[in-house]
Design a protein around this ligand. Sequence first.
Ligand SMILES: Nc1ncnc2c1ncn2[C@@H]1O[C@H](COP(=O)(O)OP(=O)(O)O)[C@@H](O)[C@H]1O
Ligand SMILES: [Mg+2]
Length: 256
Amino acid sequence: MPDNPQVVLKITDLVKSFDSTKVLKGINLTVGHREVTVIIGPSGCGKSTLLRCLNGLEPIDSGQIELNGQLITAPGTNWSAIRQKIGMVFQNYELFPHLNVIDNILLGPVKVQGRPRQEAIIDAQSWLDRVGLKDRALSFPRQLSGGQKQRVAIVRALCMSPQIMLFDEVTASLDPEMVREVLDVMLNLAKGGLTMLIVTHEMAFARAVADRIIFMDDGHIVETAQPEAFFNNPETERARRFLNIFQFQELERRRA
Ligand SMILES: Nc1ncnc2c1ncn2[C@@H]1O[C@H](COP(=O)(O)OP(=O)(O)O)[C@@H](O)[C@H]1O
Ligand SMILES: [Mg+2]
């Protein structure tokens, strides 16, 4: 469990619709400093929309989001400033194809944050070492595997020194042999005390990395639990059904 009760992210009664369809139906969630929260739930239940609302990629209908005590859903929020404090990594890494790894990473800290280039390079190289990409600083994205690109995307977000990192199914489009290398990086970040909010379909990883599991269905948080309790004995019928279907699909996949 987190050793520091400081609240990094506080979401209160968050409601979000697309046209007349309510997609988030009143989300309440608090993430503590150094806490790793994993969100799971069926496809279409609103997980990506929730993460997108947190850094202003989707306007919300009602509710509040606070980041380290600052109300970021107030009118006139400077989202480009907020996004520097909330790192986000998506399923599809969006590295600039014409820039090498180090220049992709430096865009944020140097161009956006105005940090000295030399200092930012040292920081970037140290992160690249830690994710197993020591010798890749001068490679171009086309020369990297999917797993390597996704690790660069993680480093790029980390180099902004975010207060929290959001991960949305970052291994979903990777070949199976590359999933592990990316999940290992995230496990190490968790051990290092990074505050993270992770959406994943990798159940073994969720169980290993999470301080807390959030189960979402149909725009609601249905269940909040410790990972062992959740996976061994989910409280709600909906979570039980979800986990059963998941185990079945996993068996099918292995048989195929
Ligand atoms: N930009 C959009 N416009 C309209 N509907 C959307 C948009 N984005 C997501 N939705 C809908 O919102 C619901 C939740 O989507 P999403 O947050 O992507 O779910 P999840 O990430 O849990 O699979 C889905 O029904 C989806 O079709
Ligand atoms: Mg999604």
